[in-house]
Write a protein that binds this ligand. Structure first.
Ligand SMILES: *Cc1c(COP(=O)(O)O)cnc(C)c1O
Length: 424
């Protein structure tokens, strides 16, 4: 960071501060991960200087041959990683990938403005882009939602089927931001087919686990699969869409010119690396550990008197009901942040607390697994969480927990020390 350090020391200082924060923080926000060093390098590379629109071989700007080579490499790697017929890697984010599918559905004549889309209930983990009244898409389509079964806190598939018959959606969306269980992709696909709807799976959170084959893939069942890059996939900020061959052309035009303009080529380069890395044995081991650590944390917290929503986890997310401990999501989030562990407050199914307070927290196990945490380290975290919950207003206890957390995290570097010079 030599140039920034020299010419904008104020900004350099802020970046440096964030780097130190990350080094010393136990990162457990479920949507976060640590981008490999290669991604940091590539996302700041000279491709940033090149403006390119369109697709390889059909660009709107001269001088795009090398960009073509790079996009084709990323496409080949992405398709191979997920065993997909087709991939589009131009969306700027997971949200932008979802808009790309809506845009493609319009181009395909499969959906018109005002038509119905059926997605997971938002306070149970559906995403903003799946029909939140706060998101502008809710002005263009009529969003209906299916729910969890209150007894199991898993998707109520019979209810989903009834709702689909009732509202006759043009598109059914599976996938969410706080769902710790596996989704029966095949069953939802059959429901979609039975009402003549297309089927989109938003695997934003779990695409790394899917790539590593530690949980089932939606690709064989869904018409469209969307994802972000920076959650379990551990890549740069960005998104992509997979689809069946029959939708490929319209999907591409739905993305460009339908919903994006010039490509973030520097991010695309980091995506190309991510698709390579996510196919490696090293990545598979990390993702295996993510799930193992998540199951361990759920079990240990349950033993300590927390209630685990849906009874456990099959992925990287542990959703914790704090009511048995008599504290709110907001209070627990803030106390853990003080201690040096970041999680986020989260609504739990049937939550009566306000979204700014909540009765739960969502804990993610990706970053810690990347840094090398095993079960015995997760046990230390569970013990700290137990103490913090029991003494949420006791600064002396919180300070002692902070020391414990620092002693733990200081054993696990954020990046290999051989790359330290990059941050200087
Ligand atoms: C995070 C998330 C997104 C959005 O991804 P961004 O890259 O943040 O835009 C979309 N869908 C779901 C289910 C998500 O969890």
């Amino acid at each position: 960071m030599k140039a920034t350090k020299k010419n904008d020391p104020v900004l350099y200082g802020i970046v440096r501060e964030e780097y130190e924060r990350q080094k010393h923080n136990i990162e457990m926000i479920a949507s976060e991960s640590t981008s490999p060093m290669e991604c940091l390098e590539l996302a700041g590379c000279v491709f940033n200087n090149k403006t390119t629109e369109g697709y390889p071989g059909k660009r709107f700007q001269a001088g795009s041959q090398i960009a073509d080579k790079m996009e084709l490499l990323a496409i080949e790697r992405g398709k191979a990683l997920y065993g997909a017929d087709h991939i589009n890697i131009q969306p700027y984010s997971g949200s932008s990938a979802n808009y790309g599918v809506y845009s493609a559905m319009l181009r395909l004549g499969l959906m018109e403005p005002g038509d119905t889309i059926l997605s997971m209930s938002l306070d149970e983990g559906g995403h903003l882009t799946h029909g939140s009244p706060a998101n502008f898409m809710s002005r263009f389509f009529r969003f209906e939602h299916y729910s969890l079964d209150p007894a199991t806190e898993q998707i109520d598939y019979d209810g989903l089927e009834r709702k689909a018959k009732e509202v006759q959606p043009k598109l059914i969306i599976a996938g969410g931001s706080a769902y710790p269980q596996l989704i029966d992709y095949e069953r939802i696909g059959k429901i979609a087919a039975s009402v003549g709807a297309k089927y989109m799976v938003d695997m934003a959170h779990i695409s790394g686990l899917v790539a590593a084959k530690v949980i089932p893939s939606p690709v064989p069942y869904a018409d469209f699969v969307t994802s972000s890059m920076a959650k379990t996939l551990c890549g740069p900020r960005g998104g992509f869409i997979l689809c069946k061959e029959e939708y490929a052309k319209k999907l591409d035009s739905g993305v460009f010119p339908g919903s994006v303009s010039s490509i973030h080529l520097q991010t695309m380069a980091a995506k190309a690396y991510t698709f390579l890395y996510a196919g490696s044995e090293e990545f598979r081991e990390i993702m295996t550990r993510v799930v193992r650590n998540a199951k361990y944390l759920a079990g240990s917290l349950a033993q300590k008197g927390f209630r685990i929503v849906s009874g456990g986890t099959e992925n990287h997310i542990v959703l914790v009901d704090l009511r048995p401990r008599g504290i709110t999501g907001k209070a627990f989030q803030d106390a853990l942040e003080y201690v040096g562990i970041t999680v986020n407050k989260n609504m739990i199914p049937g939550d009566t607390a306000s979204p700014n307070v909540t009765s739960g927290v969502r804990i993610g196990l990706t970053s810690t697994a990347q840094r090398g945490f095993h079960e015995e380290d997760i046990e230390v975290i569970a013990q700290i969480m137990d103490e913090v919950a029991a003494h949420i207003d006791d600064t002396a206890v919180l300070d002692a927990c902070k020391e414990k957390a620092e002693a733990l995290i200081s054993r696990f570097p954020l990046y290999d020390p051989e790359y330290d010079a990059y941050f200087e």
